[in-house]
Design a protein around this ligand. Structure first.
Ligand SMILES: NC(=O)c1ccc[n+]([C@@H]2O[C@H](COP(=O)([O-])OP(=O)(O)OC[C@H]3O[C@@H](n4cnc5c(N)ncnc54)[C@H](OP(=O)(O)O)[C@@H]3O)[C@@H](O)[C@H]2O)c1
Length: 293
């Protein structure tokens, strides 16, 4: 039985780890805010007190944390994962982070004899709970094959796409399209609203039209109910757009639409909407358009 150590029990990490626990994997967990470990422990996981403890008792360590600074300190920090893992162990990071940090982790993995898989995910909390995430994996192929069962416990569409940073780039490319879609949809809805359209009917018809992509389907209730409880916050989207723009700059790829849309996330944060779901941009746009009742 594989011994898995899981670090990061946030909105996504919690349901993902829960699915491993429910499947009966030998699972040890660590989260900076300790209270978030309680339900996992109830479900059979072992709670730990430190990165050192969770790493030392695991063959595979998985991280699902906020951003580059969090991953860098957890993985490469003085008492972090790399300081406590043994050669031959596997390190899987599922967070959305920069290709630059990921490449550094790959180098450190080589030096330490660790097997490193990048496995960022598409989908949000609902998909994480239902084990229907899309998981993009790059790294050593044999290692991917050996851990497919772990990924299949969390997602239903698993893609192996290369031996280096391919998964990082594809994750950013897809999120760019998701973020741009949210702003485009908000502008479309505000325009329709200004023309007297019925709110629910307009969303229903867009959902069933040529532009009714999966993201429009799974955000249907968010929009209809104007319930912007975060699955993915505007601040998180701003973080991803910064990663997208940095990667574009590094490769001299002009990302003019992404650069423009980055400004909308700033506007959300500046107006106190940073912790709302990123689809909450419609609320700000209604205000700017004089549509707020
Ligand atoms: N939410 C989504 O829909 C979604 C979808 C796809 C991908 N992602 C990506 O998945 C990752 C996690 O997202 P999330 O929504 O689960 O985020 P979240 O709810 O904010 O959770 C973040 C996790 O990272 C931990 N963390 C942050 N900084 C840390 C530090 N310095 N040291 C130790 N732990 C730290 C947090 O610990 P505490 O509990 O102590 O704060 C928490 O466990 C992000 O990279 C995000 O971009 C999210």
């Amino acid at each position: 039985m594989k011994k898995i150590g899981w670090i990061g029990l946030g909105k996504m990490g919690h349901p993902m780890a829960m699915n491993l626990a429910k499947k009966g994997y030998s699972l040890a967990v660590f989260n900076r805010t300790k209270s978030k470990m309680a339900e996992l422990i109830e479900a059979g996981a072992t709670g730990t007190d430190s990165i050192a403890e969770v790493t030392q008792q695991s063959d595979i360590v998985v991280t699902m944390v906020s951003d580059d600074p969090a991953l860098e300190s957890l993985a490469l920090g003085p008492d972090g994962i790399f300081a406590n893992a043994s050669a031959g162990n596997t390190f899987i990071d599922m967070s959305t982070v920069s290709p630059v940090l990921s490449a550094r982790i790959a180098e450190e993995s080589k030096a330490k004899g660790l097997n490193y898989l990048r496995a960022p995910v598409n989908g949000t909390v609902i998909q994480a709970e239902a084990s229907t995430l899309v998981i993009l994996v790059s790294g050593p192929e044999a290692e991917f094959e050996g851990n497919k069962d772990v990924f299949e416990t969390m997602g239903d569409k698993i893609f192996y796409i290369g031996s280096e940073e391919q998964a990082r780039f594809l994750k950013l490319s897809i999120n760019m399209m998701v973020g741009v879609s949210a702003i485009m949809m908000a502008e479309a809805l505000a325009l329709g609203e200004s023309g007297g359209l019925d709110w629910d009917q307009m969303i229903e018809i867009i959902k069933n039209s040529a532009v009714g992509s999966p993201v429009v389907h799974y955000k249907e209730q968010t929009l209809k109910n104007r319930d912007f409880t975060p699955a993915f916050t505007a601040k998180q989207m701003a973080k991803d757009f910064d990663l997208i723009l940095e990667a574009g700059k590094a490769g001299n790829v002009p990302l003019s639409v992404a650069a423009l849309v980055r400004q909308n996330w700033s506007a959300m944060i500046a107006t106190g909407r940073g912790d709302q779901d990123f689809f909450g941009y419609i609320d700000l746009l209604e205000e700017l358009s004089g549509l707020k009742k």
